[in-house]
Design a protein around this ligand. Structure first.
Ligand code: LLP
Length: 450
């Protein structure tokens, strides 16, 4: 499995590449029955198809290689970061974007090549920046506070930096995941950029280029084309004013994925072709050298690779109003419906071929009415004990999970070629108490912690 599987056909599918069903309507991943995985690892369970992750990384890396050789894909690890994923990304020889000490520490723990690590954040701490400078991690400078801190940190050691710019581009996605519009907490606004460059020139850094990320789960290609124009226009202005031609240009991530069968995002190859063609044409138009292009996809690498399996429990039917099918997880393992009204598709294991279907709402088990996973889904008739499989949960599910209601986080298992590999253990009740302390004055008379 060392080589990546680069598949020319569409990767634009809702289900992982190794997903299959048998004649009994049972669901398998990498030829393993998900029922057996649940027996082994418990429910709920996050499952990640390694073949899908490698194929999607391959699609980015190889279409860049074909269209624009001077380039680098960075996996935006906020979508899902753990040692197994960092090691897989390292094996695939692409870079990694990290946004916290935790993500950085995880990447470093698997020996991720430092020169391909990029550290982001709109409020980086001294500790974070110091570690990046000491280790040689690339820094995406976001604001004047970063510059001020770096001016104190970069004395002997030179840091390699990109400047994050808010390009003022609007795109159709959820309000919370738009980042490129002028009213954003991220990046320098256009009128601040020249001052930021002047300030950075006074300190010991190597300015590699600009960075822009306009939002996430984007289906249109025009906003990214507009972003290319904004940036190449800036490169021209910077060349005229500072006699500087930056070697790198980071265009961020944001390519959307299919959550519903009706979703129709562009293929990775199409997206890459449109972006790289834009940059090439603009370089000509503005008489600029071709910068190395960096892209930073997260969701479109791991999203479609993941499914979550839950066990059905209580079913509450409110005659003429709604039927709630309650599962053993919910907003703590997937807060995306409650946060962004995200929609999902799902199937019942063992009933995939069943014609007897009905419209139900999948509810979680947490103490909150909004704890819904899927509203109004047409699903095979289900009963307690069935397994529900929710698709496209590989991105921003585990990474956004919480211990709400003091629930233990599920396990995450990687599957490949008929094998399953535990990547993150299920939390135990003991794990939930790991950081609790019982102050002495409250401990009197308490016999046991559990
Ligand atoms: N680069 C930067 C600077 C970003 O802020 C992000 C995502 C990415 C790259 C990767 O974007 P992607 O390719 O995954 O769209 N929690 C939300 C998504 C938040 C995205 C935050 N930034 C969700 O569940 O939809």
């Amino acid at each position: 499995m060392l080589e990546s599987i680069y598949i020319m056909s569409s990767l634009n599918q809702l289900k992982p590449l190794s997903y299959s069903t048998n004649k009994d309507g049972e669901i398998l991943l990498a030829d393993i029955k998900i029922k057996d995985l649940v027996k082994k690892y418990g429910s709920p369970l996050y499952l990640m198809c390694e073949k899908t992750i490698r194929a999607r990384i391959g699609a980015y890396r190889d279409s860049l290689k074909n269209n624009y050789p001077e380039s680098l894909v960075l996996y935006a690890s906020k979508a899902l970061n753990c040692q197994a994923i960092c090691a897989l990304v390292k094996q695939e020889k692409i870079g990694l974007d990290v946004v916290s000490l935790g993500e950085l520490y995880t990447a470093l723990s698997v020996g991720f090549p430092i020169e391909n690590l990029y550290f982001h954040g709109n409020n980086k701490s001294h500790e974070e920046l110091k570690l990046c400078v000491d280790k040689g991690v690339n820094i995406v400078v976001d604001n004047f506070h970063d510059i001020n801190l770096l001016s104190k940190i970069c004395n002997e050691q030179k840091a390699s930096v990109l400047l994050r710019v808010t390009p003022g581009i609007e795109c159709h996605t959820h309000e919370y995941i738009k980042t490129g519009k002028q009213d954003s907490k991220f990046g320098f606004n256009l009128d601040e950029l020249f001052t930021a460059i002047e300030e950075l020139q006074k300190i010991n850094v190597n300015i590699k280029g600009l960075h822009g990320h306009i939002g996430s789960q984007i289906f249109e290609t025009l906003p990214h084309q507009d972003t290319c124009r904004v940036f190449m226009d800036l490169y021209k202005k910077i060349k005229d004013k500072f006699s500087l031609e930056f070697p790198d240009l980071n265009l961020g991530g944001g390519l959307g994925i299919k959550y519903m069968e009706s979703d129709d995002p562009p293929e990775i190859e199409t997206w890459i072709k449109i972006l790289t063609d834009s940059v090439k044409a603009l370089a000509k138009e503005f008489d600029l050298k071709l910068p190395r292009i960096l892209v930073e996809p997260g969701r479109s690498i791991v999203g479609p690779a993941g499914i979550t399996v839950y066990e059905v429990g209580n079913i509450k039917n409110i005659e003429g109003i709604r039927k709630y099918v309650c599962v053993d997880g919910g907003m703590a393992d997937n807060p995306r419906h409650i946060m962004y009204q995200a929609q999902y598709q799902a199937e019942i294991d063992g009933k995939v071929n069943l014609q007897d279907r009905e419209t139900v709402t999948i509810a979680g088990k947490y103490c909150e009415s909004g704890d819904i996973l899927i509203r109004d889904i047409n699903l095979a008739k289900t009963s307690p004990g069935d397994l529900l499989v929710v698709f496209s949960t590989g991105a921003y599910n585990y990474s956004m999970s919480s211990n709400y209601n003091r629930s233990a986080k599920p396990a995450l298992v990687l599957v490949a070629d008929g094998q399953d590999y535990l990547a993150i253990k299920r939390e135990s009740l003991e794990d939930l108490l790991r950081n609790d302390l019982l102050p002495e004055h409250l401990n009197r008379g308490v016999l046991s912690k559990t």
